[in-house]
Write a protein that binds this ligand. Structure first.
Ligand SMILES: [Zn+2]
Ligand SMILES: [Zn+2]
Length: 286
């Protein structure tokens, strides 16, 4: 078994944290969903993992059969490719653009009309152009990027499907936009970062497609590879679990069972006698 540098955290401390988390979840998850959404801590197994950023951290899996580099971890709600986990670093690079490799599920979201007054940081003239005065609905598609991470893309219209391919602007319009962007970048070199300027250039060269064939990947900068792992143990020791199981469902002794049987037989006898009285009594039907 592999040993990683450093030591596992105190089990009691981790258990306390997990119990507090479960109590919090019970507060906002309806009771009927507890079995599905709230982890059973008595089945949780602890591991230490070493990541390629140099960090060593602790994780929990359900049961102890799947080592952490084979388990599927999540970035927010999106599943990550096996072997990857997130680790936050303040100096992570900004998200890169990645090509969309696959279109997945679709959902519609309805937005209310925008407020008439712009927010404090928006120019009223810009707001008068951007503002939507009616509620509107957009279609969001789940997309898997070339790096294997999952993001969302907005369709250009509700009836758009991936098989339709992107819509493109008229070539004259694209030419005009290219000239406008070049002017704007010259006038204000800070207008877009190098990354965004390159993205804009690619989109212009591609005829300004909608939806864009690439998205920013917010997972890439925070995702790390699991390099090594170490087994720590059950979050709730197995011994205590089985002791608890025997104390709640004790196996009755033979004499106790015989006592219960005799009691049940005499009760059955009493009920039979009562039934006989009813059958012979004045309230007997028909
Ligand atoms: Zn790290
Ligand atoms: Zn990515």
């Amino acid at each position: 078994m592999q040993r990683l540098p450093g030591k596992a955290r105190s089990r009691q401390e981790v258990l306390r944290e997990c119990e507090a988390e479960v109590a919090k979840m019970r507060g906002y998850i309806p009771r009927v969903l507890w079995d599905f959404l709230i982890p059973d801590l008595s089945r949780a197994f602890r591991w230490r993992v070493q990541l390629d950023c140099g960090c060593t951290t602790e994780v929990l899996t359900r049961e102890d059969g799947t080592p952490p580099h084979e388990a599927q971890w999540k970035d927010h709600r999106s599943p990550l490719p096996p072997g990857q986990m997130t680790c936050h670093h303040d100096d992570s690079p900004p998200p890169p653009y990645r090509v969309i490799a696959e279109w997945g599920d679709r959902r519609e979201v309805t937005f209310p009309a925008d407020p008439i007054e712009p927010s404090d940081d928006t120019d009223p003239r810009v707001w008068s152009v951007l503002r939507r005065d009616e509620p509107h609905t957009s279609a969001f598609w789940e997309v898997t990027l070339a790096c294997g991470h999952v993001e969302e893309a907005i369709a250009p219209s509700l009836d758009w499907v991936p098989a339709s391919g992107p819509r493109r602007a008229a070539p004259e319009r694209v030419q005009q936009m290219s000239a406008e962007f070049e002017d704007a970048w010259r006038a204000n070199p800070e207008l877009q970062t190098e990354r965004d300027r390159e993205h804009t250039r690619r989109m212009l060269a591609d005829g300004w497609p909608a939806p864009e064939p690439e998205r920013l990947c917010y997972s890439c900068p925070r995702v790390r590879m699991i390099l090594a792992y170490e087994r720590v143990g059950w979050l709730v020791p197995r011994q205590r679990q089985s002791r608890k199981a025997t104390s709640t469902t004790p196996t009755p002794s033979r004499s106790a069972l015989e006592r219960r049987l005799r009691k049940a037989e005499s009760e059955a006898e009493r009920l039979r006698a009562e039934l006989d009285r009813i059958d012979q009594g004045p309230l007997r039907p028909d």
